[in-house]
Ligand binder design. Structure first.
Ligand code: ATP
Length: 607
């Protein structure tokens, strides 16, 4: 039987240069951590080990029984024994397969449970990560970590770990069995193993390099096709009269591809030719030396023994090959665990305090005391911001785009923590307050309204799962969205589409106002959309917002004069600093930043 597993396809048995460069250091700590995930399932794991050992032994038994079939059955001319050993051999093969099935089941069970644990651990860890993490990391990377990397762990357990165990056990049992039969022939058998193992590895490497080259070439072909056969690409080719040039380019890459493919196929052929011969050398040598031993030196060796030895030698090919190649899988697996652990080890930036404080009463009072803040530790976004919003009052924050208005409100529910100074909510530093309590008391209607792809009802219930139908209707009425909902065929059960795309910008914002009302926070923050809504939508939002802010402590990031005028006091922010504060009339008269904003922005929008 020719050895299998020597070839590496793309992503196969050899490491890429990048992988080699990024090889993880396999430390005791890393291994301990990897195996700590196995610990809760140690009983099942022992069962798997027993199954693997039993299945490997049973798998080898038929080879050993061949000896008895020949010696006692055929050569001994004993039909009864012949049939007995044949049936035994079949039964043993069946048993080995049966145990294999059980082992696969338990192994998959363990793998699934470990990945289940890891996924949950990762998800709850990610939920604790700050907004900074989500804004500075690529969303795709986060999802990959959650999905393919953790799925990879499953394959590590069901394939790599299993392969190491079963191949090692099979190899050891085969070698022990060979020595039991005859030590000279066993030694000879072991000596020929490198004869096939090493060329297999070498040929596999060559073929893998060729496959990779062919793949790169294929990418190049695809690139050309994508560029030149696209609508705009073709237009460009035609307008510049580059047909011939592009065709020549395509042809030459295509030619390269043909050569590489032939080379790759032939590398396989030569390899198999050599391999077939080499793999046959082992058995032939055993027959030769075995024959000489029987004829000249040791007549206790039987024909059956030699046959068993040859069969057992054949059984060592695959495990040796797999074990020789397992190093790459092992490194990849460790790199995978390392990547996952890197995520687990990321410190939780915004954590619940050890002894959280709770105010006597939540009223929504907010106090900023000399707050400095930077997103990246370099560029100062807020500088010495101080203000006091008394409970029941409302304030408007205005300022040019990018001046830091949203940043100010991000600090209240602790999406980020201040770098200096402090933010107090109902008299307590937000960093000392119970995080979930704080957040449940701050309601934000953001510029970018996010609705889940579900019904309006489900989106509303997200804020308060125990809200009754009446409460929902009441909130929708207050948010001036109920008339719209009533008109829909399915009413509250109307689906909002992916991210609420089936609703208009104004409708979405009013649904999100209703959602926040159901949450019933002590502080309401309304980040007014800068994007233009039509004046009807704007008026509806305005009508909704005005009575609401009269009822509770509110902060409005305002872009429209009508919103600004609804607030009790106006704060003007510029370059991260509060530069003015007061009432509309006095600020207009002051001739500062507000006057400029009024003349350039608010007045125009109001007109
Ligand atoms: P707009 O009116 O346009 O919404 P704004 O006054 O609310 O603007 P902020 O969103 O607070 O402004 O942004 C203030 C500054 O901080 C901007 O220069 C912005 O580029 C920067 N910034 C905002 N969010 C982040 C972030 N997550 N990471 C790094 N920088 C950020």
């Amino acid at each position: 039987m020719p050895p299998r597993g020597g070839f590496g396809g793309p992503g196969g048995r050899f490491m890429t240069d990048e992988e080699k460069a990024a090889q993880p250091k396999i430390t005791k700590k890393l291994l301990k951590r990897v195996f700590s995930y196995l610990l809760p399932y140690w009983k099942q794991f022992i069962l798997v080990l027993i199954c693997i050992a039993a299945s490997s032994c049973f798998g080898l038994l038929p080879s050993v029984l061949t000896g008895f079939i020949i010696d006692e059955g055929i050569l001994g001319k004993n039909l009864k024994m012949l049939i007995f050993y044949i049936v035994l051999s079949l039964v043993v093969t069946f048993l080995s397969s049966l145990i294999g099935v059980a082992e696969s089941y338990i192994n998959s069970w363990i793998a699934q449970h470990i990945t289940f644990d890891m996924r949950n651990q990762m998800y709850s860890h990610l939920q604790k990560m700050s907004q900074r993490f989500f804004t500075s990391n690529n969303q795709g990377d986060i999802i990959t970590r959650m999905t393919s990397d953790i799925d990879g762990v499953e394959s590590v357990i069901t394939n790599t770990f299993k392969s190491i165990l079963s191949n090692s056990i099979t190899l050891i049992v085969a070698i022990v069995a060979m020595f039991q039969k005859n030590w000279i022939l066993a030694l000879l058998g072991i000596a020929v193993i490198p004869l096939f193992a090493l060329p297999t590895r070498k040929a596999g490497k060559t073929r893998w390099t060729l496959t990779r080259e062919a793949q790169e070439c294929n990418d190049e072909v695809n690139g050309i096709l994508n560029e030149t056969l696209s609508v705009s690409g073709q237009l460009l080719v035609k307008l510049f009269g580059k047909e011939k040039e592009e065709f020549d380019k395509y042809k030459s890459v295509n030619e390269k591809m043909v050569k590489l493919n032939i080379k790759e196929r032939m590398a396989g052929r030569w390899f198999f030719m050599v391999l077939n011969t080499v793999t046959n050398i082992g058995p032939m040598l055993l027959y030769l030396v075995g024959g000489i031993l029987v004829m000249k030196y040791d007549d206790s060796i039987t024909v059956g023994d030699i046959t068993v030895l040859v069969a057992l030698l054949g059984k060592t090919y695959m495990p040796v090959n797999s074990l020789l190649n397992i190093q790459v899988d092992w490194m990849r697996s460790m790199a995978l665990f390392n990547r996952i652990f890197d995520y687990f080890d990321m410190p939780v930036e915004i954590d619940n305090p050890k002894e959280p404080k709770v105010p006597k009463q939540f009223t929504g009072e907010v106090k900023f005391e000399h707050v400095d803040f930077s997103y990246d530790g370099e560029r100062q976004i807020l500088k010495d911001v101080s203000f006091h919003l008394k409970s029941g009052h409302s304030m408007a924050i205005v300022g040019p785009s990018g001046s830091g208005k949203s940043t100010i409100i991000n600090l209240i529910p602790r999406l980020y923590d201040v770098n200096a100074g402090c933010v107090k909510f109902d008299g307590i530093d937000v960093r000392e307050m119970d995080l979930s309590m704080l957040r449940s008391n701050v309601g934000v209607v953001s510029q970018e309204t996010y609705l889940f792809n579900a019904s309006i009802r489900e989106n509303l219930l997200y804020a308060n799962p125990s809200a009754t139908e009446e409460e929902m209707i009441e909130a929708c009425k207050k948010a001036h969205i109920y008339d719209f909902i009533k008109e829909q065929e399915k009413g509250l059960d109307t689906m909002v589409g992916n991210r609420g795309l089936k609703l208009s910008g104004g409708e979405k914002q009013r649904v999100s106002i209703a959602r926040v009302l159901l949450k019933n926070p002590s502080l309401l923050i309304f980040d007014e959309a800068t994007s233009a809504l039509d004046s009807i939508s704007e008026n509806k939002i305005q009508e909704a917002i005005e009575p609401i802010i009269k009822e509770r402590t509110s902060i409005l990031i305002a872009h429209r004069l009508s919103t600004i005028l609804a607030a009790d006091i106006i704060y003007v922010v510029k370059d991260g600093e509060i530069v003015e504060m007061g009432q509309h009339q006095e600020l207009v008269a002051a001739g500062g930043v507000y006057t400029e904003l009024y003349n350039t922005q608010f007045k125009k929008i109001a007109e």
